[in-house]
Design a binder for this molecule. Structure first.
Ligand code: M6R
Length: 357
């Protein structure tokens, strides 16, 4: 039920801080250790490579998951769009572990890959919000996202839940491998939850950004570097899907290799600046587009912010910034769609779960 909310999407955006706390509770045991199926732990430590298979927003969560698995757990990881993978299997490593990420657990593109990997006898782990779903039943192992039912077609809380569960999985694997870590995922996710809450309390800022930047535009670009690039891809998908504004996400350095030709007077460019090691580079990229007339909107992280930034998100662990920096993008898309009288929860041509290939 929507309760007092005008749309499921807004309700689900607002639920994200609670979902984080829920995940912390569900994945923590009485000794404050990570609670995880021993078989999953074993499969993660024994595999020599993880193949993440997903679609849409879940694919974007997978891109972040790769960073977690490689940086935290030192597990080589590839991320693949399911629909491409199914007819174009790459050369597999000796001991692959397939990780299927799917909110619904019913996406046909993923299922056709799972059918193949099962035939080959490779272990598979499904991360899903619906434990009884097809992908969960047919995979060897399941991890539950604990996000609660997601009704709006645009995925919001499932995306942040996927990233949180992937972070926990990465830390658990690192510990199982005996790596030394200076990262307490539950503590850091608690900080993420509070940061999300403070953003949800400032919706008027994002409504205003949507009004100022997106009420009449035909297109919009999202740029970022590193993790911010992946979040930009998700921001663009969200905006396209519910407001029908042509939107693309780019790596900050890539726009100048062609797409910058599209920048005109007033073209909105939303830039994320949450990563210290690339802060000055992304700001140079913003300068490049501003010089060509772009209307820049910079969302930065506390401590990396500069005068004129449109919004500064509270400081969270540098690997977990995507869980927070996506909220402004979700809210900006929501308000842009609202201002354009779009059917926010049920955008045209789309279904909540895509059960055809
Ligand atoms: O249920 P799934 O996570 O497998 O769905 C994958 C995509 O269809 C889904 O994320 C889609 O891109 C969303 N509508 C995006 O908001």
């Amino acid at each position: 039920e929507k309760g007092t909310y005008p749309h499921f999407m807004l309700k689900e955006i607002d639920e994200q801080p609670f979902v984080m706390r829920n995940i912390i509770q569900e994945y923590q045991d009485e000794n404050d250790d990570i609670k995880l199926d021993e078989d999953i732990r074993k499969a993660m430590s024994e595999c020599d490579r993880v193949y993440i298979i997903a679609a849409g927003t879940s694919y974007h969560a997978g891109l972040i998951g790769k960073e977690f698995l490689e940086k935290i757990a030192e597990v080589p990881t590839e991320v693949h769009v399911a629909s491409e993978f199914s007819y174009n299997f790459p050369l597999l490593s000796e001991k692959p572990l397939f990780v299927f990420i799917s909110q619904s657990g019913e996406t046909a593109d993923l299922r056709s890959v799972l059918v193949e990997t099962n035939k080959l006898g490779h272990p598979a782990l499904t991360l899903t919000n619906v434990p009884g779903s097809t992908l969960s039943r047919e995979a060897t192992y399941t991890m539950h996202l604990h996000a609660g039912p997601e009704i709006a077609v645009a995925s919001t809380k499932a995306y942040t839940a996927q990233m949180a569960v992937l972070a926990i999985l990465a830390v658990d694997t690192a510990r199982a491998k005996g790596l030394t870590l200076d990262f307490d995922p539950m503590k850091e996710l608690g900080i993420v939850s509070s940061a999300m809450e403070s953003l949800c309390d400032q919706k008027e800022v994002f409504e205003q950004i949507a009004r100022d930047y997106l009420s009449t535009t035909r297109n919009c670009f999202f740029i970022g570097r590193g993790l911010d690039y992946f979040v930009g891809l998700e921001g663009a998908l969200k905006l396209k899907e519910i407001s029908y504004i042509q939107a693309e996400g780019f790596a900050g350095g890539e726009l100048k290799h062609g797409t910058i030709a599209l920048i005109e007077d007033g073209t909105p460019v939303i830039a994320l600046a949450t990563q210290e090691h690339v802060n000055s580079s992304i700001r140079s990229n913003v300068q490049e587009v501003v010089t060509r007339g772009a209307n820049d909107c910079i969302i930065s992280l506390e401590g990396l912010d500069r005068e004129g930034d449109a919004f500064v998100i509270p400081n969270v662990h540098s690997l977990l910034t995507p869980l927070v920096s996506v909220l402004p993008l979700q809210l900006i898309s929501y308000y842009a769609a609202l201002h354009r009288d779009c059917d926010v929860d049920k955008p045209r041509n789309l279904a909540k779960s895509v059960t055809v290939e």
